[in-house]
Structures are given as structure tokens and as C-alpha cells.
Ligand binder design. Structure first.
Ligand SMILES: O=C(O)CCC(=O)C(=O)O
Ligand SMILES: [Fe+2]
Length: 371
């Protein structure tokens, strides 16, 4: 049922103009969810999705049934959150980062901003506010500006599940020749998983400061199933093509989401689906005068799902994708919960340790920081 859009007392959110620079854009396909209601349409969209997952790991999604007004209000809410004082935001800091917890506010100024040939002494200006599921498994404790709109935030998060993720999981199941509910059953909103909705701010640097760095966030893969990125006009996201290792810019497309497949899907499919490496580069000069605000959703399988290669997919069997790295090395397959906390802990701690960039985070799995 469509949700009535409340009066925008948050103030409107205005997007910066797109860059005039001719960047080396990634060539990504678009999954059209409005075409996925008939059996033939589903099969067509499933094969588009499959080609994206095999080749690039990133794709666009359009016609997902969530109005631009609702998206704009989430950006406005994110902007309002970041306008709070540092002291107010710090009251909502993640508790237990060292244990891999990640719900709440993080502003990790100790995190190195850059890992490339250029060395900057400037601290990271990335701020993150992660909001967990509203299914009863997680505490919700937010600043007043979010609390006042909490029902709308919940509605938004739930509709990302029902309008975007569930349809994508059905297409993925069809593509892998599995029963249609194969993945939706392991991504139910009511069941415990470490999903989060995120407002993310990349504080701007001056052009002079930007010259001392190449990236704002180093190359990495995301740990869950699919990450949803709402259209963000400041060009900065780059993906590394799995086939050639070239870095390409992701072009913001009107009325689309950018989606990437993540580690859990790579493990579940024995490496068939690519969890693509991506990073956030310094934006082009004509967009360096603004903060970059992100609206993202990180979906993950239920905490108790073991990350073992799916054995029932005729396609995976035919193509020889029968083992992931844990299975191939004879190590125990982690549950999604074990994997999530091991990787989040690694992502958030230990940068000072020279071993960090290639640390073993679980038996059978080494993580890596990419340029
Ligand atoms: O801001 C972006 O475009 C990407 C952010 C990202 O990769 C992440 O938060 O994992
Ligand atoms: Fe990411």
C-alpha cells in the first residue's frame, strides 16, 4: 500500500549538478523491476541480472516503486542528522566497535584516508549512521530528529525489502534455476540479520587538500548480499572490473539505484557471483565544493545461515561452481553472523598494525585492502 508522504517539515534536499567532466564510466546494465511481473519478463530480467553478477557485480535497478519524494526525505533526514553538533552525534556512537558492532554513529578520524601512492596527513572525514532492522531484535535509540520520523524510516527500510530486495532475490533464484523463494526465505525482514539503513557523509576537502590523496575510501568488498546505493550526484564511486582490474567510475543515473553483489552471495554461489571491489575516489573538481551525502541499505542473509555453496542449483553445478574458499581449504564454513562480525571488526579496527591490510580474519579467509 502506498504510504502518504507527510508534509516536508525537514526542509527540502537539493542535489548538486552532475559533473561536466568526461570520466571513464563503467558500462553497467539495468534491471527493470516493472518488467518482472510476467513469467517472460521475469526470465528476461533474471538473465540481465545474471550477466551483471557474473561480469561486473554492479548494476542499476529502475522502476522499484518507491517515489522520489520518499527518497528525498531520507536524504533530508540524513542531512539534518549531520547538522547536529559533534557532541550530539557522539552520544549515539556505536557501542563495541572492537567486537565488530556497527549500529549507530561512527566518525573514525583515526582511519587513514588514503592507501595509495600519495600519502596525506589529513584524517578521514567520513561519518556513518547505521540504523538496524525494526523487527524487534535490535535496540533503537536515535536523536530527536530521527526519532520524530522513525515510523517513516521504518516504512522506508521495510519497503526496500518488499519493493527492491525481494524482487531481486526472486530474479536471482530464477537465474540460478532454484525455487523462486530460495533467497527471499533467507532474507525475511522479521528474522534476525545485521542489515542496516545508512546515512553517510563524506565531508568535503579543499581542492588543495584533495591533491594530497587519491581515494576517500579504499578499495573493498561489502560483506552481505546486495548493497543498495541511492542516486548520488557527486561522482566518486569507482568499481574495479573483475575481468581486467581497471577502475571505472559509476555514473549517477536518474531514478535508479546502483546495486552491488557482496561477499555472502559470492560464498553461497561458490564464487559464481562476483563481490566486486569498489572505492570512493576524490570527486572531479567541479563537485569538490560540496559534502557528499549517501543513502544506502546493506542487506544480509539471516545470522544463522551457513555460508556454504548452494548444492541445488543446476546452473552452478553445470558451470562447476561447487566450492567456496572455506570449503576448498577444508575450513569450517562460518555462519553469516560469524562472518559479519569478523569482517566488521577487521574493517573498523587495527589500521595501525602493518599486518592489517592482509589479515586472516577467519580460518580459510584472508582479507585485503585494495588501492
Ligand atoms: O558512497 C559510496 O558511493 C559507496 C560507499 C561504500 O562503498 C560503502 O559504504 O561500503
Ligand atoms: Fe562498499
Amino acid at each position: 500500500m502506498p504510504v502518504p508522504v507527510p508534509v516536508p517539515e525537514l526542509g527540502s534536499y537539493s542535489y548538486v549538478a552532475e559533473t561536466k567532466e568526461n570520466l571513464d564510466w563503467a558500462d553497467l546494465v539495468t534491471v527493470d523491476l516493472s518488467q518482472a511481473s510476467t513469467p517472460e519478463g521475469k526470465h528476461t530480467q533474471a538473465s540481465i541480472l545474471l550477466s551483471a553478477l557474473k561480469e561486473k557485480g554492479f548494476f542499476y535497478v529502475k522502476n522499484f516503486n518507491i517515489s522520489q519524494e520518499r527518497v528525498n526525505r531520507q536524504f533530508a533526514l540524513g542531512k539534518a542528522f549531520y547538522e547536529l553538533s559533534q557532541e550530539e552525534k557522539d552520544q549515539f556512537a556505536v557501542k563495541g566497535v572492537e567486537q565488530g558492532n556497527y549500529n549507530g554513529y561512527v566518525h573514525n578520524t583515526k582511519r587513514p584516508v588514503d592507501n595509495n601512492s600519495k600519502k596525506t596527513s589529513l584524517p578521514s572525514r567520513v561519518e556513518v549512521y547505521n540504523i538496524p532492522k525494526f523487527n524487534g531484535d535490535f535496540e533503537h535509540h536515535h536523536p530527536a530528529i530521527i526519532e520524530e520520523h522513525i515510523e517513516e524510516v521504518e516504512e522506508f527500510a521495510r519497503s526496500l525489502h518488499s519493493e527492491v530486495l525481494d524482487p531481486l532475490f526472486v530474479l536471482l533464484a530464477i537465474a540460478l534455476e532454484l525455487p523462486e523463494d530460495y533467497f527471499t526465505k533467507m532474507h525475511q525482514y522479521s528474522v534476525k540479520s545485521e542489515d542496516h539503513l545508512r546515512y553517510m557523509k563524506y565531508g568535503k576537502y579543499t581542492p588543495e587538500e584533495n591533491k594530497t590523496m587519491e581515494t576517500w575510501v579504499r578499495g573493498h568488498t561489502d560483506l552481505g548480499s546486495f548493497t543498495l546505493l541511492f542516486r548520488q550526484p557527486v561522482a566518486a564511486l569507482q568499481i574495479r572490473y573483475p575481468s581486467t582490474n581497471e577502475w571505472k567510475w559509476v555514473k549517477p543515473q536518474d531514478a535508479t539505484l546502483t546495486v552491488n553483489a557482496c561477499d555472502a552471495l559470492q560464498f553461497l554461489t561458490g564464487g559464481y557471483v562476483k563481490s566486486t571491489i569498489h572505492r570512493v575516489a576524490v570527486p572531479p573538481i567541479d563537485q569538490q565544493h560540496v559534502d557528499r551525502l549517501g543513502l544506502l541499505y546493506f542487506s544480509r542473509p539471516h545470522n544463522d545461515i551457513p555460508l556454504a555453496t548452494i548444492k541445488d542449483s543446476p546452473l552452478l553445478r553445470r558451470e562447476g561452481y561447487t566450492q567456496n574458499d572455506f570449503e576448498a581449504s577444508g575450513n569450517a564454513v562460518p555462519t553469516m553472523e560469524e562472518w559479519t562480525f569478523a569482517k566488521q571488526k577487521w574493517q573498523r579496527t587495527g589500521y595501525d598494525d602493518p599486518e592489517h591490510k592482509t589479515a586472516q580474519i577467519l580460518p580459510g579467509w584472508k582479507e585485503k585492502v585494495y588501492a
